[in-house]
Each structure stands twice: as C-alpha cells, then as structure tokens.
Design a protein around this ligand. Structure first.
Ligand SMILES: NC(=O)c1ccc[n+]([C@@H]2O[C@H](COP(=O)([O-])OP(=O)(O)OC[C@H]3O[C@@H](n4cnc5c(N)ncnc54)[C@H](O)[C@@H]3O)[C@@H](O)[C@H]2O)c1
Ligand SMILES: O=c1ccn([C@@H]2O[C@H](COP(=O)(O)OP(=O)(O)O[C@H]3O[C@H](CO)[C@H](O)[C@H](O)[C@H]3O)[C@@H](O)[C@H]2O)c(=O)[nH]1
Length: 337
C-alpha cells in the first residue's frame, strides 16, 4: 500500500513510518521539521521538506497517485502553549487540515487517518472515557482537534471521504529496536523530562499541581506505548472500509504524575530531585481511555501494558542517544533527499 504522511519526522509519525516500512508499504513524508528531525525518517521513505500550508505543494504530491491513505500527524500539540496562543493553535491546526481534507476529496484518497487526542475531554467526573463520553475541550489545542474531527464528519457525509479519528491518550516510550524515540526541543512532556532529570541532565523536575481530586493530588494520565499506537494506525486503515471510525487509544489504566516519577526511579535504579509546582493551565485531572471499541472492531491489543515496561524503552533510547537525534547521524542516502 502507498501512504502520504504529514509530520512523519515527529515522535509518533516516525514510529508509524517505521511500522509501515517494516510491513512492506511505500511511504511519502511531508514535514517542515519545526518540531521533527530529518534523522527520524529512514532512507527507505521518500522525504519532502515543506509546510502543510503550501497547498500547491500538497496538491502536487497528491497528484502523483494512486494513494491508499493519508495519515495526518503534523500539528502543534502542546496544551500549555495553546493556552498562551489560542488563535495561533486554532489557525495552524485547523486551516491546513481543512485544505488537506479538501485535497483528499479531490484526489479520491480512500482513507484519511487523523491524530486526534484525549484533550477533547474535560472528564469532570473522572470516569473512564469511551467514544460516547461528552467532548468538552479544556484547551484551544483540544478544541482545534475537535474542529478537524467535525470537518472529517462533514467530508464523509457530503463527499464520502472515509476517515479514522484516533484519539491518542498519552504517547510514551521508544521503538523497542532503538531506531526512534522522543526528542522535542524544548521538551515539555513529563516522561522524557523525568528521564533527563534521573540521568542528571536536568537539576530537578517540577510536578504541576498537588491539589487535583486524585489519590495523591497529581494529575492522572493513561500512557500508551508509541509502537502500540503505531499498530493501531494499521488496524484503523483495515477498519475504515465503507465507513468512518473514531477510536480512543490507551491502556485503560491511569498513572499519576507522582507514580510516573516513581516508575522512572524504579526502572533506572536511581533517585531524582523533584518538587511540587503550581497547576499548569489547561490540564484536566484524569484522562483514562476505554479502547474497548478499537479492540472489538480490529482485534488491536497493547503489547506494553504497564508503565515500567513503557519507561524501559524510553530510558534505553535516552541512554543510547543522550542528545536525542543530535546524536544520531543522518544515513548517507537520506542526506541527499
Ligand atoms: N504525543 C502525544 O502524546 C499525543 C497525544 C495525542 C495526540 N497527539 C497528536 O499526534 C500528532 C503527533 O504528535 P507528536 O507528539 O509526534 O508531535 P511532534 O511535534 O513530535 O510531531 C509533529 C510533526 O509535524 C511536523 N509539522 C508540524 N507542523 C507542520 C506543518 N505545518 N507542515 C509540515 N510539518 C509540520 C513537525 O515538524 C513534526 O515532525 C499531533 O497531531 C499531536 O497533536 C500527540
Ligand atoms: O514538567 C512537567 C511536565 C508535565 N507535567 C504533568 O504531566 C502530565 C502529562 O503532561 P504532558 O505534557 O507529558 O502531556 P499532556 O497530557 O499535556 O499532553 C499529551 O497528551 C495529550 C493527550 O492526553 C495531548 O494530545 C498532547 O498532544 C500530548 O502532548 C500533566 O499533568 C502535566 O501537568 C508535570 O507535572 N511536569
């Protein structure tokens, strides 16, 4: 099969690219490298440096069909940043996505897979979140993803574009073979920051908020291994067929921010300095997924069930590449692309 991947040089996109290539598929990646890394895209994939908002470029790429699907990862994706820059988030996450959806319709692409998010939910009653739970984003980031989900709904109703909206809960971990990992500059995610702290690359870690309605007062998140997440993309393409689908993707188990610190200390065998800090704007207290629908309809099951096994892979990658992708050399044939 042949896929067009936006944001394939990013954390989740690069793991999906690896999985598609491993399965023998053909992949074309468009990425502006704003938060991604050229080294994250293997030479077996075609890499195009460019911005999604360049509609002429995207039109040109899609003209070179036929395609079996588009996977759209490229976005701004930081909850806290979106609370400071709401219009930038709404504009940059929604406008290029609308153009891409229109082009997918025009070029008759049979499947559109969209990176949606748990940030669609406020979850005020701290329940397990299913696809039928009420959506109520706590941040402009979550709102921007909801807008794109709605655009995809209308693209299906009016034009028959079939899509999969995959609502990832918290992606974590690294490729078990060590070929890709998480490297954001600057890093804002809890697990990589805590790993950098335990490895002595940061003096200490702030945990945002100890007054949430949870057992230890810190937020609870559902961490799903990035390779399990990648597998869900292949499963979703298989499920699309004659209809559009929406799936929540997590492990169904929540870990508090404090438990994340404890897991990293346990797995690494080292202690880290951390302290409580004020709440971070835009954070719901508890986000835990029910992925029962995805499991029932596609047979998907996570291979990494508990946080320690997820953390092990993230720690292994961080130890192998202490400066992230800056420590990874660009393969010779990729450098010329
Ligand atoms: N990381 C998570 O836990 C998580 C959870 C839920 C949803 N998501 C969503 O999954 C997707 C991937 O997240 P990630 O963590 O891999 O992020 P990331 O920042 O690592 O990857 C995004 C990639 O898109 C590229 N990009 C951004 N804007 C672009 C543009 N205008 N044109 C071309 N390329 C562009 C970046 O350079 C980067 O390579 C995002 O849409 C994000 O909102 C992530
Ligand atoms: O230094 C830090 C960083 C984070 N946190 C806390 O750790 C938890 C997880 O935060 P992350 O920044 O690691 O992840 P988010 O839950 O904010 O967001 C991630 O998962 C979401 C879905 O749940 C989104 O889609 C988003 O793109 C993705 O970055 C939050 O309570 C946050 O406040 C800290 O306490 N200290």
């Amino acid at each position: 099969m042949r896929f067009f991947i936006t944001g394939g040089a990013g954390y989740i996109g690069s793991h999906v690219v690896l999985m598609l290539l491993d399965a023998g598929h053909e992949v074309v990646v468009l990425d502006n490298l704003s938060t991604g890394h050229r080294q994250a895209v293997p030479p077996e994939a075609r890499f195009i440096l460019g911005d999604l908002s360049n509609t002429a470029l995207v039109d040109d790429i899609l003209s070179d069909g036929p395609w079996d699907g588009i996977m759209h990862f490229a976005a701004r994706s930081l909850v806290a940043e979106s609370m400071r820059e709401p219009f930038m988030y709404l504009r940059q996450n929604v406008e290029p996505a609308l153009s891409l959806i229109e082009l997918a319709v025009r070029h008759k692409v049979p499947a559109f897979v969209f990176s949606s998010t748990a940030a669609l939910f406020s979850n005020i009653d701290n329940s397990i979140i299913s696809e039928n739970s009420p959506v109520a984003p706590c941040s402009p980031y979550g709102e921007s993803k909801l807008m794109v989900e709605r655009a995809l709904y209308w693209a299906d109703r009016v034009h028959g574009l079939r899509s999969a909206c995959l609502r990832y809960f918290n992606a974590a971990g690294a490729d078990p073979k060590g070929r890709a990992g998480e490297d954001h500059q600057p890093e804002t995610h809890l697990i990589p920051l805590a790993i950098q702290t335990v490895l002595g690359k940061r003096p200490s870690l702030d945990l945002f908020g100890n007054d949430y309605p949870t057992p230890d007062g810190s937020c609870i998140r559902d961490y799903v291994h990035v390779t399990d997440l990648a597998r869900a993309h292949l499963a979703a393409v298989g499920a699309i067929g004659q209809r559009s689908v929406t799936y929540n993707i997590g492990n169904g188990k929540g870990y508090s921010n404090l438990q994340v610190v404890q897991s990293i200390e346990r797995v690494s065998g080292r202690r880290m300095n951390w302290r409580w800090a004020p709440r971070r704007a835009g954070d719901p207290a508890v986000l835990v997924a029910s992925s029962a629908l995805l499991q029932r309809e596609t047979g998907w099951k996570s291979a990494f069930h508990d946080l320690d096994t997820i953390v092990e892979t993230a720690l292994a990658w961080a130890e192998k590449y202490p400066d992230g992708y800056a420590s990874v050399s660009l393969k010779k044939d990729a450098a010329s692309a």
